[in-house]
Ligand binder design. Structure first.
Ligand code: HEC
Ligand code: HEC
Length: 690
């Protein structure tokens, strides 16, 4: 279903709002961002009036070739899938699968007349439909040859009988034990889950949940990513909101309009399979050819391009990029897969980290292997150093591919505050020696609340995890520092403690195996920078910073996305933090040597991001808690009080004002907040933790 663009209603910074009209009737607003959101959800920026959206959702849930609708759009798509040789995603399926995936029996009867209509449209549109039967024939021979090329690049045979039996009906096995498509793909547990869900949702695959779990386990373990491959895209599974590093404009054009680039980069495929993936997109979202994959022809009078410019269509440039940067075969994977060990995680783990809005915490998790060795049961207790509050939770964890922890714990006591954790999901990576875990735990309808978590296996030897303070000012005296750890020696004297140059431990105020509290002075001329904290031979590197002055504050997250919500769709909140910085040795702000001094208390407010005449977003998008920096979005839906009854979306500045002791001028920092509509369709894969 293609919305017809009526007119551009507003051009906001890097965002365009379109008014769109749908063939099925009705009008909606589309908001298309032109830069990267590292969110893995597609379509979250589309603003529709609620009823309109329902009909759209039907089209997405059941893609064109399964919709029994005879409107020209759907038929055109079906024919495109059938005729376009490049769309050989379905080419390799046995005829039964193909018929199902492609044209219903009924539709076949309509084939000839529709083909005629199609030829007419193909002359009007850039849809990739061959112009003549001859071209179709030559294209389909190209498909065969691409299939034989696929056979040349060795795949990973599927050795699990369950996978062969459940998937082999459509994904044909070859003589070497490869299943079509599946053997030329590797990805994360989330990636496999997404693919399997689509097989169920769209292609009629029937799976018992227990079988689905076994298949997911096999595919993630034996057709997964090596830790070194998964690490750069960990933010996808961790649901972090960051600005991605983007390779170039053309790839962004082709692949970045609907989802983060981290999504394709979470997959490894043969060059041919990357092409099939593009075809899948064309089949599902036919407009993609016009909006993303191709560029309109250059005008004859356009200035010549600089020599050496890659003039291939964006999609082709993107496919070469992924074939090169995300290849099926890699040294990392063969090395990891051969050496992968079963995780043995039983025992006591020390947990520490930070939660935006609440600060640092320390605690423990006890891990116990389940009977089948599949899932670990976990019990966790964390204490926040800021207010001494405690979070107790218990649940389960699974480790895929020898390192990918996916856990889920329920908090024992849940408050009514929007950011109070109920079910917490845990995405972490296990170190190769199985002694450390690192990642993010998160909750909230958009996983927008969360914490950075590190875990260390408790041992018999003393361990220092860190301290409560983020930073100490040079020249400060009598500061109380709490040193958290495990098995901390009880005979420690101030001489056994080392907090780095310029920091003198005057007195030990109290000591227990998990906590030593000390009194320190910092010398006037102490060099600004990070300090390690050592208790005898145990060390926590870079545990806090010493600084001479606060030079600037930065608001995090820098470019977040919040979502309006109502009783129907949950709100997407945003917890801001003001982080203080020292300029470092070069005395310049924003350079690599700047010293992070940790979060500081701030006064919070919203300010208009002026983008149009009479911009009024700040009055509608929601409210900012002046003390805590928690942004609560407004209600979703057309607002009669607003001009043109617009929804409450908009873009604003989130501004922090920080008073620095000893100076009159407060420091300010701001971040650019977009408040969008709810995410009507969820692409997250929460089940991998079950
Ligand atoms: C009823 C037929 C059918 C069955 C059974 C089936 N598939 Fe598929 N599969 C398809 C079709 C059709 C496509 C191509 C269209 C698409 O990508 O959705 C496909 C494509 C794929 C892809 C490529 C997706 C991509 O990202 O490009 C993967 C991976 C996959 N299937 C995995 C599986 C697994 C794993 C199973 C078994 C658990 C399975 N399929 C069972 C029909 C099937
Ligand atoms: C029109 C929006 C759009 C554009 C542009 C787009 N994608 Fe997607 N892509 C989607 C959606 C929606 C899904 C989820 C499909 C599903 O599972 O039903 C998806 C899924 C994927 C997946 C997961 C595959 C799977 O089996 O679920 C990969 C990988 C991917 N896209 C890569 C790309 C690449 C590479 C490009 C650029 C060449 C691209 N996408 C461009 C919308 C888009």
């Amino acid at each position: 279903m293609l919305p017809l663009l009526l007119y551009v209603t507003r051009y906001v910074n890097r965002t365009v709002l379109y008014c769109a009209r749908f063939p099925m009737g009705g009008i909606g607003i589309l908001r298309l961002p032109f830069w990267s959101w590292s969110q893995q959800d597609a379509f979250h920026n589309f603003t529709w009036s609620r009823d309109r959206f329902k009909s759209f959702a039907v089209a997405v849930e059941a893609p064109p070739y399964k919709v029994n609708c005879f409107c020209w759009t759907h038929r055109r798509v079906q024919l495109a899938v059938l005729l376009r040789s490049k769309t050989s995603t379905i080419e390799k399926l046995p005829s039964k699968g193909r018929e199902m995936a492609c044209l219903g029996k009924r539709a076949r009867r309509y084939f000839a007349p529709i083909a005629f209509i199609l030829l007419f449209f193909s002359s009007l549109t850039k849809l990739a439909v061959p112009a003549s039967p001859q071209e179709a024939a030559s294209n389909s021979s190209a498909a065969t040859s691409s299939a034989s090329k696929d056979a040349k690049e060795p795949g990973f045979p599927v050795t699990d009988p369950l996978v062969v039996s459940k998937c082999g009906a459509c994904h044909q096995p070859d003589t070497k034990g490869n299943l079509s498509r599946i053997s030329w793909i590797r990805t994360t547990p989330e990636g496999w889950e997404e693919a399997i869900k689509r097989m169920v949702r769209l292609h009629g695959l029937a799976l018992e949940p227990s079988d689905a779990r076994k298949i997911l386990r096999y595919l993630s373990d034996d057709h997964g990513l090596a830790p070194d491959e998964a690490k750069p895209v960990a933010y996808i599974a961790e649901n972090r909101m960051i600005d991605e590093k983007l390779p170039n404009e053309e790839i962004v054009h082709a692949c970045n309009a609907c989802h983060a680039l981290g999504k394709p980069l979470s997959w490894r495929r043969s060059a041919d399979d990357w092409k099939l993936l593009a075809n899948m997109h064309i089949a599902f979202f036919p407009a993609i050819e016009n909006t993303s994959f191709q560029r309109p022809p250059r005008r004859p009078d356009a200035p010549p391009l600089p020599p050496g410019t890659d003039t291939r269509p964006p999609v082709e440039q993107a496919l070469s990029y992924f074939a090169k940067n995300a290849p099926l075969q890699s040294a990392e994977w063969s090395e990891w897969h051969a050496s992968m060990r079963t995780p043995k995680l039983n025992g006591r783990w020390l947990v520490y980290g930070t939660q935006p809005g609440k600060g640092r915490f320390f605690g423990e998790m006890s891990v116990e292997a389940g009977a089948a060795g599949e899932a670990f049961s976990t019990k966790t207790k964390l204490t926040y150093v800021s207010d001494g509050s405690v979070l107790v939770e218990s649940g389960k964890g699974i480790v895929y591919t020898g390192y990918a922890w996916r856990g889920r714990e329920n908090a024992e006591q849940t408050g009514s505050a929007p950011d109070a954790p109920k079910t917490i999901r845990e995405v972490m990576m296990l170190s190769r020696d199985q002694s450390q875990l690192e990642g993010r735990w998160f909750w909230g309808a958009y996983q927008e609340f969360g914490m950075d978590v590190s875990m260390r296996r408790a041992s018999e030897s003393p361990t220092v995890l860190g301290v409560d303070l983020y930073s100490l000012k040079a020249g400060s005296t009598n500061s109380v520092v709490r040193i958290y750890g495990d098995h901390l020696a009880q005979d420690v004297t101030p001489n056994d403690l080392d907090l780095g140059s310029g920091v003198t431990v005057k007195k030990i105020l109290s000591k227990s195996p998990g906590l030593v509290i000390v009194n320190v002075d910092v010398a006037k001329g102490a060099t600004p920078g990070k300090r390690d904290v050592a208790v005898k031979s145990a060390v926590a590197p870079g545990a806090f910073a010493v600084y001479d002055r606060v030079d600037y504050v930065k608001v995090t997250p820098q470019t977040p996305l919040a979502h309006l919500g109502s009783d129907v769709h949950a709100k997407g909140y945003c917890q801001f933090e003001a982080i203080a910085y020292n300029n470092g040795p070069d005395a310049k702000s924003g350079t690599a040597d700047d010293i992070e001094l940790g979060p500081v208390p701030a006064q919070w407010k919203l300010e208009e991001f002026v983008a149009t005449y009479g911009d009024d977003d700040v009055e509608y998008v929601g409210t900012m808690n002046a003390e805590t920096g928690l942004f609560t979005p407004a209600l979703d839906g057309p607002n009669p009080k607003r001009k043109h009854s617009r929804n409450n979306y908009g873009d604003v500045w989130a501004v922090a004002t920080v008073k620095v002791a000893g100076t009159d001028e407060p420091l300010t920092g701001k971040s650019y907040l977009i408040v969008s509509v709810p995410q009507y369709i969820r692409w997250d894969q929460p089940e991998v933790a079950r």
